[in-house]
Design a protein around this ligand. Structure first.
Ligand code: ZN
Length: 417
């Protein structure tokens, strides 16, 4: 096992650990660990809400999820010799849940969760149809996930970090803040908001303190969106065996990671949409000097996906076009067409006895595939969502005998109001 350079003690809060990580992006957050090109090392990662979500049958914790505290990230890890303009090569040697035999109180200790955020607190891809908070607990057995809240489904996890990236330069951070504020200004009162401006409340910036902390907290970027530095890309195929090439914007690159997922469907559509957990990552790093210019990689990270994939061979796919539920025509709107494809799949699964929330959770957590199938055939884009048929205990393909019916059991716990 590689040396643990960023350890976390499961019994302590994120801010009481030996090394305190961070939950905002800022170039001045000091690295708390330094590694060398060629090093392999282990990092522990907290689940993104630092233990605020519990293994129970109530969604009140998701309703009240402390969004100002996310994502709790491990790092920054400085890589000796890395300088602006370089590419940081990061190999994911291994990634998994908290290595512990007994199930414990933290997500990652044998279990994880998927949530639907309430429109008032985060929202999600289908928040118009699902405005309330719900939660599903998934149990892990080896590579397999099952849930007491979603009977008749089991699938192989595709473990990956939702979030990994390098620190932005001061200039890049200023660009993020400028362009995201300009978007917010187009509709500042929107619920959920169009973007999240810097928020000093609940900011954790490693060892920064005093006036330095106050200055940085006022401008540090939230971690929710993916940006040029990688960040919260939520790419389910960034699993074991992946190699990522991150642009370097500051000396030492300052790599950070977290938001581990046991599994996720393309799009992470419920927003809290993967199976969230804490765990570990084994990484190997290297540097390509001047690689950003040499390879023209400045816009964002490029990566080679891992070769670990659930081997599903048969799929039932649903398509959607850029037409609203009220039959209003939109122009090549792939976001809308993917929504329609997902709603189509959810409607279909309810014919088998699932509640709409159960179906929505399956699409968020299981290794479904989402595709932009057509983006040029005016006025309709065509998006598709592929469901692996083998994750269901019953046959979900259409047949003359009609759909089998499942007992939805207790269903998906909804929050009280
Ligand atoms: Zn996540």
């Amino acid at each position: 096992m590689p040396d643990v350079v960023f350890p976390l003690d499961s019994t302590k809060k994120f801010t009481d650990q030996k090394y305190v990580g961070h939950n905002r992006w800022h170039p001045d957050i000091p690295a708390n660990v330094t590694v060398r090109p060629g090093d392999s090392f282990r990092v522990h990662c907290r689940e993104w809400f630092d233990g605020a979500i519990h293994n129970d049958d109530s969604a009140d914790d998701v309703r009240d999820a402390p969004l100002s505290t996310v994502h709790v990230l491990s790092g920054p890890i400085a890589v000796e010799g890395a300088a602006p303009g370089d590419l940081l090569v990061v190999d994911i040697l291994d990634v998994g849940p908290i290595p512990q035999e007994d199930s414990g109180p933290l997500a990652g200790q044998g279990w994880g969760y998927t949530g639907i955020f309430a429109t008032q607190n985060g929202g999600g891809f289908l928040t118009e149809q699902f405005p309330d908070a719900y939660k599903v607990i998934w149990d892990f057995s080896g590579q397999t996930a099952t849930s007491r809240h979603v009977p008749g489904v089991s699938f192989t996890g595709i473990v990956h970090p939702g979030l990994m990236g390098t620190a932005p330069s001061a200039d890049l951070l200023a660009r993020w803040n400028r362009r995201e504020q300009a978007l917010i200004d187009t509709d500042p009162d929107r619920v959920p908001p169009l973007a999240l401006p810097p928020l000093p409340q609940d900011a954790i910036l490693g060892t920064l303190a005093g006036a330095e902390f106050d200055r940085a907290a006022a401008e540090a970027a939230r971690t929710a969106p993916p940006r040029e530095n990688g960040g919260n890309q939520d790419i389910k195929n960034l699993t074991k065996g992946s190699r990522v090439f991150y642009p370097v914007f500051v000396d030492g690159a300052k790599l950070s990671m977290g938001d581990l997922h046991f599994s996720q469907g393309d799009g992470e559509i419920t927003f809290c949409g993967a199976i969230e957990m804490g765990g570990f990552m084994d990484l190997h790093v290297d540097v390509i000097k001047g690689g950003m210019e040499t390879y023209g990689v400045g816009e964002n990270a490029v990566f080679m996906p891992g070769n670990v994939d659930p081997r599903y061979e048969r799929w039932l796919a649903f398509s959607g076009t850029s037409v609203t539920l009220d039959d209003e025509q939109h122009y090549l709107d792939s976001h809308l067409s993917y929504q329609r494809a997902c709603l189509h799949a959810i409607d279909y699964l309810t014919k088998f006895g699932y509640t709409p929330e159960q179906a929505y959770m399956i699409l968020g957590a299981a290794p479904i595939e989402g595709r932009l199938s057509g983006v040029v055939d005016i006025p309709n884009s065509c998006s598709t969502v592929y469901l692996p048929t083998a994750i269901f205990d019953m046959d979900i393909t259409p047949s003359a005998s009609g759909p089998a019916r499942i007992d939805p059991g207790m269903g998906v716990p909804r929050s009280s109001f």
